[in-house]
Write a protein that binds this ligand. Structure first.
Ligand code: F6P
Length: 552
C-alpha cells in the first residue's frame, strides 16, 4: 500500500473524546488532597514497578474512571495496532517511508527482528561487535595516536540526536566511565564550543568521533573541518585516519569527507536521530563506559520494550505516563510538562527528552497530512533538583498555571557525602507532596496565630498554596546503565503512545528543515556589499547591522 494514501485521524470526532471532555468537566473540582484522604489505597492502586523502577502516578488529577476512559481513548486510536506495526518493522514513518526500529537496537543477540524481509538484528550485533572491539583497543591503549601515545580524550562532534542522547547518558553514567579516557561533546557551530574544548586537549592523544546520521548537517561538518585543521597543525594527512572516525548512515559522504570507511560505524535509516543513542551514535558513550556497561544499558532498554509490548494498557508504564500526559494536554489545556531529575548526573536528561518529545510530537498535522484541530505536544522543559526549587518552583506552587511534572529520583547515590542524598530525596518527596496537597487556609491561619488583624489580612493569602498540581514520581534504586536504559526507553515509548493518540507521525521533523534553508540563503548575504532588500524590514535591518558591526 502506498504510504501516501490519504486517511484521516478523526480521534477528536470520536465519542470517547467527547466523553473525556465531559469527564474532565465533571471531575475538575476534585482536589487530590481529598482523593488521598478518601482512598488510603490510592498509592497501591496507582503505582507500577519493574526491575527496581517505580512509577508513582497517584499524585494526578485522576480517578479509576479517568484511566478507564483514557484506555478507551488508546483503543479508539488503535494503539495496539500501531504498537504491532512499530514492532513488526512496518513503515510507520509514512512521510519518509521508513520503518522505525530503535527497539531492534537493544534486542538481544540471536532474536531476529525483521524489516523488509531482513533480520536487522544481525546487522545491529555486527556493528555492536565492531564498536566493542574498537572501544577495547582505544580504552586498552592499543589504538594509538600518530606519535605513539595512547588516546586520552574523545571529542564527539554531532548535534541534536547525534549529541544530546550520548551526552545526557554519558554524564549520567560518569561513575562507570574510564578514569583515563575523557569524553567531550561539541555540538554548536558557535566556534567557542570547539575552541574551548580543544584548548585543553593535545592532538597527539585526541580522537574525534564525527557523529551524523545524514553526514550533511552543516554545524557538524564545519566543526569536523575545524577539528581536522586543528589536528593538521600537529599531525600529517596520513595520520587523520588514527584520529578521526565516523558514525553515519551515509558511507559515500563519510568517504568524501576523507574518513576511511574502515573507521566508520554504520547505522540505518530506520533509526531516527533522537532515538539513536542505542546505535553507533552511542560510540562516544561506549568509549566512556565500556562495552559491558553499554550492553547493560541496552538490556535496560530492552526490558522496558518487553514490558511495553506485553503489559495490558492499564498496567503499562509508558502507556500510563502517556495517557496521563494526554489528560492534561488535551483535556485540561496544559501547555507544558516539566522534568526534574533529582540527580546531578541526570542534569542533561531534560534537554534530551525535550528534543525527543518536542521534535517528535511538536506537530500540527496528522500522519496523513490532515490538520489537527487540537493541541498536541507540550513544551518540555526542566532542570535538576534541588536547584530547580530555588529557581522556578515558586510558580509551580503559587502561580496561575497548571504545570504537570515528572520527578526522577534515585534512592542511592554514587557519591554518598555524609547523608546528603537523604536530604536530596527528602526534598523531592516534599515537593511532590506540597504540590499535591497545597496548604489550606486553616493550616496557614494556625501558623500565623497571634498576628494582628492587618498583618494577617496581608499575609494570609500569601501563605496559601492551592495544591492540586500534578506530578509523577519515577523512583529508581540507583542510576545504573540498566536503570537508565529503562528510563530512556520509558520516555521514548511514552512519546510514541502520545503521537498515536494525537494521530502524529512522531518520527519525521520537517519543521527543522525550513530554518536550515533560510540560514543557507542568508549566509552569503551577510558579506554582500549592496543594500539588503530581499527580506522583511526586520531581517534586512538585522543583516545590515551585522555588516556594519562584524569585524572580518
Ligand atoms: O534537528 C534536526 C535533526 O535532523 C535531528 O533530528 C538530528 O538528530 C540532528 O538534526 C542531527 O542530524 P544528523 O545526525 O544527520 O547530523
Amino acid at each position: 500500500m502506498s504510504p501516501y494514501v490519504i486517511r484521516y485521524h478523526d480521534i477528536n470526532a470520536s465519542p470517547i473524546w467527547a466523553r473525556l471532555h465531559q469527564h474532565q468537566r465533571a471531575t475538575r473540582h476534585l482536589h487530590m488532597r481529598e482523593l488521598f484522604e478518601r482512598d488510603p489505597e490510592r498509592f497501591a492502586r496507582f503505582h507500577l514497578e519493574l526491575d527496581g523502577l517505580l512509577l508513582d502516578y497517584s499524585k494526578n488529577r485522576i480517578t479509576g474512571r479517568t484511566l478507564e476512559l483514557l484506555v478507551e481513548l488508546a483503543d479508539a486510536a488503535d494503539l495496539a495496532g500501531w504498537m504491532a506495526r512499530l514492532k513488526g518493522g512496518e513503515r510507520v514513518n509514512v512521510s519518509e517511508n521508513r520503518a522505525v526500529l530503535h527497539t531492534a537496537l537493544r534486542s538481544p543477540r540471536g532474536v531476529p527482528v525483521w524489516c523488509d524481509g531482513r533480520d536487522v538484528s544481525r546487522d545491529v550485533h555486527a556493528v555492536l561487535d565492531r564498536m566493542a572491539a574498537f572501544c577495547r583497543r582505544v580504552r586498552g591503549g592499543d589504538w594509538r595516536g600518530f606519535s605513539g601515545r595512547a588516546i586520552t580524550d574523545v571529542v564527539n562532534l554531532g548535534i541534536g540526536g547525534s549529541d544530546l542522547g550520548p551526552l545526557a547518558v554519558s554524564e549520567a553514567l560518569a561513575p562507570y566511565a574510564s578514569p583515563t579516557l575523557k569524553v567531550h561533546y561539541v555540538s554548536n557551530v558557535d566556534g567557542a564550543h570547539l575552541a574551548r574544548t580543544l584548548e585543553r586537549l593535545d592532538p597527539q592523544t585526541t580522537l574525534f568521533v564525527v557523529a551524523s546520521k545524514s553526514f550533511t548537517t552543516p554545524e557538524t561538518l564545519l566543526n569536523a573541518e575545524a577539528a581536522r585543521a586543528w589536528f593538521r597543525r600537529a599531525g600529517g594527512e596520513a595520520d587523520v585516519a588514527r584520529h578521526f572516525v565516523a558514525v553515519s548512515s551515509n558511507a559515500p559522504a563519510v568517504r568524501a569527507f576523507g574518513i576511511d570507511p574502515a573507521n566508520m560505524f554504520e547505522f540505518w535509516d530506520w533509526v531516527g536521530g533522537r532515538y539513536s543513542t542505542w546505535s553507533a551514535i552511542g560510540l562516544s558513550l561506549m568509549l566512556a563506559i565500556g562495552p559491558e556497561h553499554f550492553a547493560d544499558f541496552l538490556a535496560g532498554g530492552h526490558a522496558m520494550d518487553r514490558h511495553f509490548f506485553s503489559a495490558p494498557f492499564d498496567a503499562n508504564m509508558p502507556v500510563i505516563l502517556a495517557l496521563v500526559g494526554v489528560w492534561y494536554n488535551t483535556f485540561y489545556g496544559a501547555h507544558t510538562h516539566a522534568i526534574m531529575p533529582y540527580d546531578h548526573g541526570l542534569r542533561r536528561f531534560p534537554a534530551h527528552i525535550q528534543q525527543l518529545d518536542m521534535e517528535s510530537n511538536g506537530k500540527r498535522v496528522g500522519r496523513y497530512g490532515e490538520r489537527l484541530d487540537f493541541d498536541t505536544g507540550p513544551v518540555i522543559w526542566g532542570e535538576e533538583g534541588v536547584n530547580s526549587q530555588h529557581a522556578f518552583f515558586q510558580l509551580l506552587h503559587q502561580g496561575t498555571r497548571l504545570v504537570p511534572s515528572d520527578f526522577i529520583v534515585p534512592m542511592n547515590s554514587h557519591y554518598p557525602v555524609d547523608g546528603q542524598h537523604a536530604v536530596l530525596v527528602a526534598n523531592a518527596f516534599a515537593q511532590t507532596e506540597a504540590l499535591m496537597r497545597g496548604k489550606t487556609e486553616a493550616e496557614a491561619l494556625a501558623e500565623l496565630a497571634g498576628l494582628p488583624g492587618e498583618a494577617l489580612d496581608m499575609l494570609l493569602p500569601q501563605k496559601l498554596f492551592p495544591g492540586n498540581q500534578p506530578s509523577n514520581t519515577i523512583a529508581i534504586d540507583r542510576l545504573t546503565p540498566y536503570s537508565l536504559g529503562m528510563l530512556l526507553a520509558l520516555y521514548e515509548h511514552k512519546v510514541f503512545v502520545q503521537g498515536v493518540i494525537w494521530g502524529i507521525n512522531s518520527f519525521d521533523q520537517w519543521g527543522v528543515e525550513y530554518g536550515k534553508q533560510l540560514a543557507a540563503r542568508i549566509l552569503p548575504q551577510l558579506s554582500e556589499a549592496e543594500p539588503c532588500l530581499r527580506h522583511d524590514a526586520s531581517t534586512n535591518g538585522l543583516i545590515q547591522f551585522f555588516r556594519r558591526h562584524h569585524e572580518r
